[in-house]
Design a protein around this ligand. Structure first.
Ligand SMILES: Cc1cc2nc3c(=O)[nH]c(=O)nc-3n(C[C@H](O)[C@H](O)[C@H](O)COP(=O)(O)OP(=O)(O)OC[C@H]3O[C@@H](n4cnc5c(N)ncnc54)[C@H](O)[C@@H]3O)c2cc1C
Length: 497
């Protein structure tokens, strides 16, 4: 198997030592790594099927350093891959053989917490969970909560427009970021948004959120912080079929109830999570919903009663309501640990990330069951059901001939199905290299061309994270922008590790 990436530039590789020396002048001390052993930890991200040692790794500490690095790379036509914590599941932070890997993990400070304006200003290397930790003593929290929140960085969250359990009610990263400072490939530092709610001109902040490291490097983020709800209680609801659970999800939202979180797991995922975490999940059901209701106590009580009634109408086999904060945390613990739990029952798994209209859930789940037989591989389903964001985990063994290939083909088929029923290729993990070649199933040529023109406006030489998101980039050259030769943009294959 292979992934096509931009052809390494021989003249750049020949200058590796000179480039590392120049970067050491910009970031003195231990901020530049160029020996293969030292760079090994950076060769992959969360999509571990692909590995590539970078040309050199640089870990700046100041915005001025980031600016100088990017200007130097721009002036010398050197490619740059920005990186936060390297947990991307779509290969967004996969290095390039002739590229500088710009790692933002030293930008790890919470710069300001402004409770009056309900915002926090943080550096991009701060982990997602650390934002909540910095404000929880005053009863606040940061809402988007990816399951990787203990490790992933806010900069990575902005670049991927990350989501999590609480995004159903409180929005994705894009709804919770008010401003960023970012450095362009030319080294210019710009600010988009701020503590205020909106700004004149084009919504470049919206554009930047979810731009997967292709438009600039984020060096500061202003996020909205929210008051923790007065009460939050979770319901565990077991169902005899996936279709019953899927219908129940649609009926809850259809009744005008927006839970704080609404997650679904199927039988293999329930068993894996229960064996791992002992959360008390029922083992005699085919599907499990975790529905969290939050708000003032009386409102939560009323919502619980309404959700119970809807669940019963959809053949719920059993139902428990958390009676304490500890019990609520236990209900969630299994779901939060579902990925590693599935890792215990299969040598490898391939995590998909399609999003569908909620009402298509029963149909898509039924079709996925048929595909299991067609591809000869099992799937454990864990997903943000309220958002219609599916995370089928395709179980395979990379040591068995062609299982990875079958898993990838199966995954592509699931994503095409998501698009077919009116959904999208990714809910929160980004396109990266993983879904890049499927972009044509989602967008027509005109759609893609317009997106490419935006890339060209920010990065005409295509130096920032090339090979990610777009199946091919030719417009910058056609638009007659600086120094891009079509030959450089050919995408030869780089074999898998
Ligand atoms: C076990 C597990 C569970 C996960 N669960 C979830 C989940 O529930 N929800 C979810 O949304 N995701 C989830 N993810 C995916 C991943 O954690 C997120 O995509 C996360 O936002 C990546 O952050 P990172 O700091 O690791 O970024 P990286 O992986 O380092 O980079 C990701 C992308 O962001 C770009 N980037 C990073 N920092 C910057 C910066 N400062 N400026 C510009 N571009 C930058 C990179 O170029 C790359 O394109 C999960 C991953 C794992 C391994």
């Amino acid at each position: 198997m292979s992934v096509a990436m931009p052809r390494p530039k021989a003249e750049i590789l020949a200058r590796r030592e000179e480039i590392a020396a120049e970067l050491r002048r910009i970031v003195p001390g231990e901020g530049v790594v160029s020996d293969p052993d030292g760079m090994r930890p950076f060769e992959t991200d969360g999509l571990t099927a692909y590995r590539q040692l970078p040309m050199v790794v640089v870990l700046p500490e100041t915005v001025a350093q980031v600016s100088r690095i990017l200007r130097y790379c721009h002036d010398n036509s050197i490619r740059v891959v920005p990186r936060g914590s390297g947990t991307s599941l779509s290969g967004g932070a996969l290095p390039l053989a002739d590229g500088v890997l710009l790692v933002m993990s030293r930008f790890n400070k919470v710069l300001e917490v402004d409770f009056d304006n309900r915002v926090a200003v943080v550096q991009p290397g701060v982990t997602n969970l650390a934002v909540t930790r910095a404000v929880e003593h005053r009863g606040f929290y940061y809402a988007p909560d990816p399951s990787s929140q203990i490790a992933c960085s806010i900069g990575g969250n902005v670049a991927e427009n990350s989501g999590g359990v609480h995004c159903l009610k409180y929005g994705l990263t894009t709804n919770n970021v008010l401003g960023v400072e970012m450095v362009l490939i030319t080294g210019e530092v710009i600010r988009l948004g701020g503590k205020h709610l909106d700004a004149e001109g084009f919504d470049l902040l919206g554009l930047m959120t979810g731009s997967e490291g292709l438009l600039g490097v984020v060096t500061e983020v202003t996020v909205r912080i929210l008051r923790s709800p007065e009460t939050a209680r979770a319901l565990l609801i077991g169902f005899p079929t996936n279709e019953d659970a899927g219908r129940c999800v649609g009926d809850i939202i259809g009744a005008g109830i927006i839970p704080g979180g609404m997650e679904m797991m199927d039988r293999p995922a329930i068993h894996a999570a229960e064996d791992f975490v002992h959360a008390g999940y029922p083992l005699d059901v085919e599907a499990l919903l975790i529905v969290e209701l939050d708000g003032p106590g009386e409102e939560v009580d009323e919502l619980i009663a309404r959700v119970k009634a809807i669940a019963e109408d959809n053949n719920a086999a059993n139902l428990r309501v958390s009676q304490s904060e500890e019990e609520r945390a236990v209900f969630w613990a299994g779901r939060k640990a579902a990925f590693p739990a599935v890792g215990r029952i299969s040598p490898d798994y391939y995590c998909m990330d399609g999003t569908i209209p909620r009402k298509a859930l029963p149909k898509v789940l039924a079709r996925m069951k048929e595909m299991e037989a067609e591809y000869g591989l099992k799937v454990a389903n864990v997903f943000h059901a309220g958002d219609g964001n599916l995370h089928p985990l395709i179980l395979y063994d990379a040591n068995k001939p062609d299982e990875l290939e079958r898993a990838e083909a199966f995954g592509a088929e699931i994503l095409k199905l998501c698009v077919e029923v009116g959904g999208v290729l990714t809910g929160e993990h980004g396109v990266g290299v993983e879904k890049r070649d499927l972009m044509g199933t989602m967008f027509n040529e005109a759609d893609l061309a317009q997106q490419e023109r935006i890339k060209c406006a920010f990065d005409p030489r295509q130096l920032l994270n090339p090979g990610k998101v777009f199946p091919e980039l030719h417009l910058c050259a056609e638009l007659g922008r600086m120094h891009v030769h079509k030959g450089e943009l050919a995408f030869p294959d780089i074999p898998r590790f």
